[in-house]
Design a binder for this molecule. Structure first.
Ligand code: AMP
Length: 412
């Protein structure tokens, strides 16, 4: 079914056309009609499926403009996601004339207070700062007609649920509520019962499986050779842009510093960095200024970073669902991508958990001509003899006076 049969307003459809989208994605097909008729929605879909437009388009389609009162509240777990969703709302609402403000901590209050006082139509916020502003009397939610709780399980993990409840308590009861969450643990179930009215659940595809366009491989390696293998992989692989996930902030700093020393253009993203550093890293990575982003799991959920050709799990994720989120950074919107995971002996259990979670084994491989130090996991029976494409990196490394001009290439 094409977009124009879904009941969206003309100015929203003009926006969709300007985005160059031809057909709605499966979650959009299901969620848009429900939200248009005012039904509460619980949605789960793989990352990169068009989830944001699935809730933004129907909501702005019905929303009157510039009433001087905020009517839509979208809650996000992290500043990065809030800022990304704000940008998406601006894009999708480019012909509707709605106003939007983003509210998050780590930056000054002035601009945010002004935006709230002017009565922006749509607020995209992280819970902590919004609650602050509510307590100061600067954010009033008495006219909210639509609430979206995005990445609800992540908000739970980050300890935001009590704040979310306090915020919802101040929103009118006769609102429409949409909740998006990869998993529905008991605490979210309780929130659903408390905060939603007869919600419809939409589950798109297998919520556990990463996109089919991604090729996954595991590189077993001895602990002390992890760095060496990572650096060798980056030398050999023909990548456009790569995200390296580390378990700890310290690890991300350490790997980032070493890659910089090797003349890679590197950005680092984790929660100990200042907000302005985090924004600079993300923007630079998106724009192609940095070829490598070294990050903790703060970057694994929901961030819409396009053209990531490779994801490398320097550390195996501790929670199997984080594997799917991390890998979701590549292969987005049907481009292809490769996902490499380095595995040391003590990761075996975590890798098993990931394989059980995604419902299939992940191929083991070795790097040709790499001088491996022996470790028992190199004896595993699951090798298929695949070797990484041994192509030279294009312009990925920068030498003195050289320009790093890659990026923007979409591989089909
Ligand atoms: P999201 O899952 O909301 O983060 O969206 C992932 C990416 O898909 C974003 O870059 C969107 O701009 C893009 N997208 C969303 N809906 C569509 C669609 N119907 N057709 C093509 N691309 C889309």
């Amino acid at each position: 079914m094409p977009f124009n049969k879904l009941g969206l307003s003309k100015s929203v459809l003009d926006g969709v056309k300007a985005m160059g989208w031809t057909d709605p994605s499966p979650i959009q097909l299901r969620a848009i009609p429900l939200l248009l008729e005012g039904t509460d929605v619980i949605g789960s879909a793989q990352t990169g499926t068009g989830k944001t437009a699935a809730f933004v388009l129907p909501i702005i389609s019905q929303l009157s403009k510039n009433s001087g009162k905020s009517r839509v509240l979208i809650l996000e777990p992290t500043r990065e996601l809030a800022s990304q969703v704000e940008t998406a709302v601006r894009d999708y609402a480019r012909f509707t004339g709605h106003t939007v403000a983003v509210i998050y901590g780590g930056v000054g209050y002035g601009k945010q207070v002004d935006a709230l006082k002017s009565g922006v139509d749509i607020i995209v916020a992280t819970p902590g700062r919004l609650l602050d502003l509510m307590q100061q009397g600067n954010a009033k939610l008495g006219d909210i007609s639509h609430v979206v709780l995005d990445e609800a399980d992540r908000m739970l993990d980050m300890g935001f649920l009590p704040d979310v409840r306090r915020i919802l308590d101040k929103c009118p009861k006769d609102r429409v509520t949409a909740l998006f969450s990869a998993t529905i643990p008991p605490a979210i179930e309780t929130l659903i019962q408390w905060a939603m009215k007869d919600p419809e659940t939409i589950e798109i595809g297998m919520r556990r499986s990463p996109a089919d366009t991604i090729k996954h491989v595991i590189y077993p390696v001895a602990e002390k050779q992890k760095n060496e293998l990572l650096f060798e992989l980056l030398q050999r692989v023909d990548y456009d842009s790569v995200i390296i996930f580390c378990r700890t902030k310290y690890g991300a700093d350490r790997i980032g510093a070493e890659l910089k020393r090797q003349n890679h253009a590197v950005a680092i993203l984790h929660s100990n960095r200042t907000q302005s550093d985090r924004e600079k890293s993300l923007r630079g990575f998106r724009d192609g200024k940095f070829e490598v982003l070294v990050a903790t799991d703060i970057a694994s959920r929901g961030l819409d970073i396009t053209n990531v050709s490779h994801v490398v799990n320097y550390d195996v994720p501790q929670h199997p669902e984080d594997y799917v989120h991390r890998i979701g950074r590549t292969g987005r919107a049907e481009t292809t991508g490769d996902a490499f995971t380095l595995m040391v002996a003590e990761d075996v259990q975590h890798v098993d958990a990931v394989e059980r979670f995604i419902g299939r084994p992940i191929e083991r491989t070795k790097l040709d001509d790499f001088k491996y130090t022996y470790t028992t996991i190199l004896d595993e029976k699951r090798f298929k003899g695949v070797s990484v494409r041994d192509r030279k990196m294009k312009t990925a490394r920068i030498g003195k006076g050289q320009h790093f001009g890659f990026g923007g290439r979409r591989r089909r």
